[in-house]
Design a protein around this ligand. Structure first.
Ligand code: PXG
Length: 464
């Protein structure tokens, strides 16, 4: 059968890609030799590549295409807005309808007193805004020494200098260094680091590292703590139930602002509008991006409490902003995305249909010989691959070797499931149906089986 396409042949696309396109977080030399997979279209939870494969996207792009691919309404919203007003800024005492409407809509769906939005075009930019806003906030309040941030090792907050430093990924710090005034405590990853403690005791102990760090630095020098409700890029690490209440208590006690990075956990991912609701956290600021527009347009922001907004608004200009803060086309698309989520009850679908259906099947993976732990909150899940479940042992092979092999099997089975070291992570579009979950599980199990067989054949099922 002749394949009809509207693009160059795959090999030629790959050649041009290798010649001119530098991919993020990629060994571009190696990729050039192998050739990148070329994605050409998407519909619902399905992607199509340049070779005509239909791929089930278990990652919603990069944790963002929450309402699925191919929604015409979003294309039409963008086209309408481009015709009406493709750009205007929100500086110099000016505003426009899409930014007004979206800010009000975000205030409606965000919990508690989080009623004010400072727009950016990405999660990284929004977290950079947070650094500058928190420092300015404390300065206005007469506490200009409260400039230090505390984040977590293996946290992810973006890859600008600010976001990259707030995150605690040594690989990112190694490339380009860090900015000053940001410290890190250990992550609440019980599977890898919990030793003989119960998850509850471990969660408490890891939260209490925040108190120790504040006392070491002096509370008068600490401006904010930042953490993802659930670590995403770090491997979908779900903190023990004891963790967030203790973090909240400590922030309150020492008058430290609490920033919850909801770039992944926001907009329905955890079965509520925000992860802060799932974990009963009351942050002063949340970071949003990704699911805000379901990835159809680059947009993010910092959503801040009435108190923070009042302080920031009461003392002259805040000298910060981006050309595209509140970009009208991005705002119009995000607004349409939220309209669809509300009208089609997407968050309810996650909570009442997709999560329970997937949870029953995902948790059964614990019976697979490679799987030591399964986690699923809403539609954000992970499994830990291990050669020895009882000991929660890592593999002897270099960290990530087994995860990479598993991901390659997923690719071969037209399933996108990511690996973070030796954890497999999933974050499918929130609109996934039970039938699609069945197909997802069939492909996932086939990939795990093939991975297991390959590891056995290559003598890699050895604990390190
Ligand atoms: N915060 C969190 C919690 C994120 O997950 C960002 C901030 C930064 O957003 P931008 O829009 O600047 O990318 C993110 C982004 C991965 C991966 O490998 C995850 C992200 C980005 C790239 C790769 O899982 N998350």
């Amino acid at each position: 059968m002749t394949k009809i396409t509207n693009h160059l042949p795959t090999a030629e696309l790959q050649r041009l890609d290798a010649a001119h396109h530098m991919h993020p977080f990629t060994a571009n030399g190696e990729l050039a030799a192998k050739g990148a997979r070329v994605i050409t279209s998407g519909k619902g939870v399905w992607l199509t590549d340049s070779e005509g494969h239909r791929i089930l996207d278990g990652m919603a792009g990069l944790w963002c295409v929450n309402i699925g691919y191919g929604r015409k309404e979003l294309a039409e919203a963008a086209a309408r807005q481009i015709e009406e007003l493709p750009y205007y800024n929100t500086f110099f005492q000016t505003t426009h309808v899409p930014a007004i409407a979206l800010a009000a809509k975000i205030a409606e769906v965000a919990p508690g007193a989080l009623n004010h939005v400072f727009f950016a075009s990405s999660g990284s930019e929004a977290n950079d805004t947070n650094i500058r806003m928190v420092r300015r906030y404390w300065e206005i309040k007469g506490k200009p020494t409260k400039i230090t941030f505390i984040g977590r090792k293996n946290g992810y907050h973006g890859s600008t200098m600010g976001g990259g430093t707030l995150g605690g990924m040594s690989g990112i710090h190694a490339h380009g260094g860090k900015i000053g005034g940001i410290e890190h405590i250990n992550q609440p990853d019980w599977w890898s680091e919990g030793g003989d403690m119960t998850p509850e005791a471990f969660g408490l102990a890891r939260a209490q590292e925040l108190e120790a760090k504040i006392l070491e630095l002096g509370a008068e020098n600490v401006g904010a703590f930042i953490g993802e409700a659930i670590q995403g890029a770090g491997g979908v690490i779900v903190p023990p139930a004891t963790y967030w209440p203790e973090i909240q208590r400590i922030c309150k006690k020492y008058d430290i602002l609490l920033i919850v990075d909801e770039v992944i956990t926001g907009f329905g991912r955890t079965g509520n509008w925000f992860g802060s609701q799932t974990f009963d956290i009351k942050p002063d600021i949340i970071t949003i991006a990704k699911g805000l527009s379901s990835g159809y347009q680059p947009i993010g922001g910092s959503v801040v409490s009435d108190e923070v907004a009042e302080v920031m608004g009461g003392s002259g200009d805040f000298n910060h902003g981006y050309t595209y803060s509140g970009h009208p086309v991005a705002c119009a698309v995000a607004l349409e995305n939220i309209r669809i989520m509300q009208e089609e009850k997407v968050v309810e679908h996650v909570r009442d249909v997709a999560h329970p259906y997937l949870a029953e099947r995902w948790s059964k993976l614990i019976e697979h010989p490679l799987v030591g732990e399964t986690k699923l909150v809403g539609l954000m899940g992970s499994i830990a691959l291990t050669p020895d479940k009882e000991k929660r042992a890592p593999f002897q092979a270099k960290k990530g070797t087994v995860g990479y092999r598993c991901r390659e099997r997923c690719f071969a089975n037209d399933l996108i499931m990511r690996h973070v070291d030796d954890r497999m992570v999933i974050s499918p579009p929130l609109v996934i149906t039970p039938e699609e979950i069945d197909e997802f599980m069939r492909r996932a199990i086939r990939s795990l089986d093939e991975c297991y067989t390959g590891l056995k054949a290559d003598g890699l099922l050895v604990a390190g």
